[in-house]
Ligand binder design. Structure first.
Ligand code: PGA
Length: 249
């Protein structure tokens, strides 16, 4: 089965380092069946275009402004990254939600802006430890879906990948059990079915993220419920990331 492997560089590497990385990744993933998307910082996107055009690897950004243009010092718009050949954008990542206080309403607006500009969205959601301890994770994720997808049309869901990323698993080395991942992915599909249609619930892509690494990727990706993975820390090592990209599931 073909899976989606997404690398989230976060604020790591310099453009020159990324160039070396991208060239190596192209070589090391030749013939790989899985779909590979790398999401480096904005400053690397021109390099991504230069190196990855003509390869099967696509690239994405990690954020965009909710506005199209204007007096917004320091912001980057969807059309700017699209102009560089960017196909994806990660939105709603927990680091943006917590550190940068991004609300569900803002994330919803960013998703609409991204879709209007022809970008595919990787929408991250997931509960923190407190919510999980209170056994509220399913309600919490359902509400995130309701709020984040408000006003998004069913046909636009083709361009949305849902990334279930429990906050307590990000960068901690901890992961939920396979059963837990399955249960949450089922919950997500059910909620999409409720919000749109059964077909939409069945067809939407749902990936898992949070401490995916060389030791656990096989177990996570061989799970039929999981359409792919979003990898942070472990994607920075090109050899290891390429191994995950090349695997057949
Ligand atoms: P991690 O990060 O793989 O380092 O846990 C995942 C993410 O934040 O997208």
């Amino acid at each position: 089965m073909k899976k989606l492997i997404i690398g989230n560089f976060k604020m790591n590497t310099k453009p020159s380092e990324f160039k070396t990385y991208a060239m190596a990744l192209v070589t090391k993933t030749k013939g790989a069946k899985n779909k590979v998307v790398v999401c480096p910082p904005f400053t690397h996107l021109a390099v991504a275009k230069e190196i990855l055009s003509g390869s099967k690897i696509e690239f994405g950004a990690q954020n965009i402004s909710d506005e199209e243009k204007g007096a917004l010092t320091g912001e980057i718009s969807a059309s700017m990254i699209k102009d560089l050949g960017t196909n994806y954008v990660i939105l709603g990542h927990s680091e943006r939600r917590t550190k940068f206080k991004e609300s569900d309403k803002l994330i919803n607006k960013k998703i609409k802006t991204a879709l209007a500009n022809g970008l595919k969205v990787v929408l991250c959601l997931g509960e923190n430890l407190q919510t999980r301890t209170a056994k509220q994770q399913y309600n919490f994720v359902r509400k995130q879906l309701d709020d984040n997808l408000k006003g998004i049309y069913e046909n636009e869901l083709e361009s949305v990948v849902i990334a279930y990323e429990p906050v307590w698993a990000i960068g901690t080395g901890k992961t939920p059990t396979s059963k837990d991942i399955e249960k949450m992915i089922e919950t997500i599909r059910k909620e999409i079915s409720y919000l749109y249609s059964e077909k939409a619930g069945k067809n939407v892509s749902v990936v898992y993220g949070g401490s995916v690494n060389l030791n656990n990727y096989k177990k996570i990706l061989s799970n039929d419920h999981v359409d792919g993975v979003l990898i942070g820390g472990a994607c920075l090592d090109v050899d290891g990331f390429a191994v995950i990209c090349r695997e057949n599931y």
